[in-house]
Design a protein around this ligand. Structure first.
Ligand SMILES: [Zn+2]
Length: 92
């Protein structure tokens, strides 16, 4: 189930408050935002999967192992976003 626009807007506010660059949804992913590599100029995209609701990253490590340091680095933020989504769904 995809998020309603209202829920999505609330979630995006959390990300925007952190000064993150938000990217448009694509077919499979929503709440997409850019994070910068700690060790290079590379940019990675973190996003929430529309159907399984897991967070993913565009880096090689995540694609291969479904785990990466980028997601670890923003785990608190992702948790905050998940809480906002849960609350918003509970209110509707
Ligand atoms: Zn990553």
């Amino acid at each position: 189930m995809e998020l309603t626009q209202e829920t999505k807007d609330r979630a995006l506010t959390v990300l925007k408050d952190k000064g993150l660059t938000i990217l448009p949804d694509n077919k499979q992913w929503e709440l997409r935002f850019e994070i910068k590599s700690a060790t290079s100029d590379s940019l990675y995209t973190v996003a929430r999967h529309k159907t399984n609701h897991n967070w993913g990253c565009s880096c090689f490590g995540w694609i291969r192992y479904r785990k990466c340091k980028h997601l670890d680095a923003v785990s608190d933020l992702l948790e905050s976003v998940d809480i906002v989504i849960k609350k918003s769904l509970g209110q509707s």
